[in-house]
Ligand binder design. Structure first.
Ligand code: HEM
Length: 537
């Protein structure tokens, strides 16, 4: 009898297959929306779809999407990536709750993002710093990374940046003579690549010289003793950074199975493999170089040598990293060096490109910067730049801050709590990613007078009126940006030298730079004219 019933059931399934499939889908969809409309915290936000969440409303430019969602849902809203719940905030009282507590002990927001299969696949969910959810590993990486804000490191960085920038400005003088424009983003990317690679590994990638050679203006400059794959490596790091948002925001099922998206997924994973292979090779090469250098011979300081000699008989001991008693493993060295590249490449050079965009439009600001350099150094003729004198460049600092306010390269940043928390009367479950939208905050007329006007003076004369939690371009607390001082030193070196040598202008009629989103905002198509005859001030 049971066998009969079983066969009858199979017949029903066979004849009604599509009806059953449709019914199952229908019940699941109904169940999905019953759960959605009965969720305990009904935070405003766009209606999600089953499986994809709000994926269709996010699109390729996350920065633009957040701006659009803010216009509709305000300073506190939610969205879903697949079934993953995300919150977005842009109100100082909420920002303070997330970013305010500064120590490891009292912050609940020690994590960057919720668990993400994609970030783990990329190798950043459990290694390195920015997305590392393994707190023990993060502490170790952070301890070494903090050395890049030590004064001794920053002094060396000024010398190195000086050399790279001097060379670049010689190229710009030649380009000027040829009557050509400067493609700012392209040039500053190469400056970043040269500075970061030499600081990190002691090897130049000669990106600036390669770019100059590609213009075919003069005989090609020689490229000896460089890191052969270096330019490709830096480009791969740009791609790697780009892949982080993709892997974090797009649900794994879609990444792997949708036709067009799965090929992007593969491209990003192949890129990850190439980066780790190349880093392994570079680290092995440096290990051999150290082994083959007699103990009596001085080792050239760079971050890689510092890491490889920590707690060995060759300990560079240039910068103390506190209590740490064993040499680092190769894997640890690779993850720290990788982070120097991922953190250091896109951020500083893109921010400098944005500063150039605004400077080329505001001659009054440019002239005030030049006057400040004259006041601080007494001359525009190759002034001696020191870390101490940088503290006096208050106006240049204000220009940097105002440019970041107008258009932040890092325009939104996530933090995630380890336990349930209350935000604006709603309970947010532990491990929910809370994104802070810096761009929206920085353009809110409640917090900045005439927010669309480029006015560096607001960071001098009106400084007191800027609330702390409406302007935190480098974050705050234990996970605050470890590269802040390094970035500021590089940007100041570039700007001081620029105003001493060139006048600049541009024909760009846009109010804001064009950009695309690649986890950070990457500006594009910023062209300027440079002139070496400085008009007297
Ligand atoms: C203008 C340049 C830069 C901007 C605007 C910027 C901005 C930021 C922001 C907003 C954060 C999040 C901080 C937080 O959660 O409190 C961050 C984290 C980070 N930044 Fe930067 N950054 C810049 C340059 C650099 C440079 C040059 C490096 C080089 C190493 C770097 C490496 C990192 C790393 C590793 C983290 C993660 C820290 C952690 O999670 O512990 N950044 N940055």
């Amino acid at each position: 009898m049971f066998v009969n019933i079983f066969y009858q059931l199979i017949d029903i399934v066979k004849t009604n297959f599509f009806t059953i499939v449709l019914l199952t889908i229908f019940t699941n969809v109904i169940q999905y929306y019953i759960n959605y409309f009965n969720r305990p915290s009904k935070i405003p936000g766009p209606l999600p779809l089953p499986i994809i969440g709000n994926f269709h409303q996010i699109g390729a430019n996350f920065t633009v999407s957040l701006k659009r969602l803010h216009e509709k849902y305000g300073d506190f809203y939610e969205f879903y990536t697949g079934s993953t719940h995300n919150i977005v905030i842009s109100r100082p009282d909420l920002v303070e709750k997330v970013w305010g507590p500064v120590s490891l002990k009292n912050t609940k927001f020690i994590l960057r993002t919720s668990y993400s299969e994609g970030l783990n696949e990329l190798g950043v969910g459990t290694k390195g710093m920015v997305f590392n959810r393994n707190i023990e590993g993060w502490v170790l990486n952070r301890r070494f990374m903090n050395t890049i804000s030590a004064p001794s490191f920053l002094r060396e960085s000024i010398n190195l940046s000086n050399k790279v920038i001097d060379q670049v400005f010689e190229y710009w003088k030649i380009i000027n003579k040829e009557g050509m424009q400067i493609d700012v983003c392209e040039w500053l990317n190469t400056v970043g690549a040269d500075v970061v690679s030499t600081t990190a590994t002691g090897k130049s990638v000669a990106a600036t010289t390669k770019l100059f050679n590609s213009l075919n203006i003069e005989n090609k400059k020689s490229l000896q003793g460089i890191w052969e794959n270096g330019v490709k490596f830096c480009q791969s790091i740009h791609l790697y950074n780009e892949s982080m948002a993709f892997m974090m925001l797009i649900p794994a099922k879609l990444r792997r199975n949708l036709p067009f998206i799965s090929s992007i997924n593969k491209k990003y994973l192949d890129n990850r493999d190439w980066i780790y292979k190349e880093l392994d090779r570079v680290v092995s090469e440096k290990q051999k170089e150290i082994e083959n250098t007699p103990l009596s011979q001085h080792l050239k300081p760079n971050i890689l040598t510092l890491l490889l000699t920590t707690n060995t008989e060759r300990d560079l001991d240039k910068i103390s990293v506190g209590k740490f008693e064993r040499p680092l493993t190769k894997d640890e060295v690779i993850s720290i060096i990788r982070e120097v590249f991922t953190g250091g490449l896109d951020t500083t050079s893109s921010t400098l490109s944005i500063i150039m965009f605004y400077l080329a439009k505001h001659r009054d600001v440019y002239l005030k910067m030049r006057q400040e350099v004259l006041d601080v150094y007494g001359s525009l003729n190759n002034p001696v730049l020191t870390l101490e004198s940088y503290g006096k460049l208050k106006y240049i600092e204000a220009v940097i801050y105002e440019s970041i306010r107008m258009f932040p390269t890092v325009s939104n940043m996530p933090r995630t709590a380890t336990e349930d928390i209350e935000l604006d009367g709603f309970i947010i479950k532990a491990d929910t990613t809370v994104h802070t939208d810096f761009l929206v905050l920085n353009h809110n007329p409640k917090y900045f007078k005439d927010p669309e006007t480029f006015n560096p003076d607001r960071f001098l004369t009106d400084k007191e009126s800027i609330l702390k939690y409406v302007y935190i371009p480098f974050g705050n607390g234990v996970r605050a940006c470890p590269g802040r001082a390094w970035a500021m030193v590089q940007m100041k070196t570039f700007l001081v030298k620029l105003v001493c040598i060139f006048d600049i202008d541009s024909n760009d009629k846009n109010d804001a730079p064009k950009f695309s989103y690649h986890t950070v905002n990457r500006p594009a198509d910023i062209y300027i004219n440079v002139k070496t005859e400085i008009v007297n001030i």
